[in-house]
Design a protein around this ligand. Structure first.
Ligand SMILES: [Zn+2]
Ligand SMILES: [Zn+2]
Length: 185
């Protein structure tokens, strides 16, 4: 990791995330390690990268800050597993690495300067990684939707094969009783 970039990433991360915290710094270290393992330069646009993030807490924001890749282009997939880990997949080489933060190291509750605390630790001390493979179904890849159906109950479109079959009909998940909300009026 080139030393001169670190402050730049830290400043960008703070502006994006809104506060300085250990999760954000660990996230930055983790993302930079993932790129390094895939031989990708963090200062260049990431054209063939997908990131699978296993948390929706502070750590996650570092992925966007460093790489610029976004959820809306299907290059970031969030698995809400509550784990401080991400997998970095190159769609070009098909190689992937899962990088996880070492849970044993945490700053004391009284720590004021999170950046200084973590700068005392090497990547080897705070991160571990494994080469992995990620099976991606065609309907989960970036690019145009492969399938689109119209739910006959609500009339909304469902893309990417996310519909379910009910009584022989393709319907949306909300109409199938899987809604996460209740309609009030
Ligand atoms: Zn935070
Ligand atoms: Zn519907």
């Amino acid at each position: 990791m080139p030393e001169y970039n670190w402050k730049n990433y830290l400043d960008k991360a703070l502006a994006y995330h809104g506060h300085m915290c250990s999760g954000l710094i660990l996230g930055l270290r983790l993302v930079l390690k993932g790129l390094e393992l895939l031989d990708l330069n963090p200062d260049e646009p990431q054209r063939d990268l997908m990131i699978f993030i296993e948390t929706n807490r502070c750590l996650a924001d570092a992925a966007y800050v460093v790489t610029g890749i976004t959820l809306g282009r299907r290059r970031i997939i969030v698995y809400d597993f509550g784990q401080a880990a991400m997998t970095f997949l190159s769609l070009n080489t098909n190689r992937a690495f899962r990088v996880a933060a070492n849970s044993a190291i945490r700053p004391p509750k009284t720590e004021k300067d999170h950046a200084a605390f973590w700068s005392d630790y090497s990547d080897e001390e705070i991160l571990s990684y494994q080469e992995v493979s990620v099976e991606l179904k065609p309907e989960n890849l970036p690019g145009k939707p492969l399938k689109r159906i119209r739910c006959p109950i609500c009339g909304e479109d469902v893309t990417d094969g996310r519909e379910v079959i009910s009584n022989g009909q393709e319907i949306c998940r909300c109409c199938a009783g899987q809604a996460y909300f209740k309609v009030i009026k």
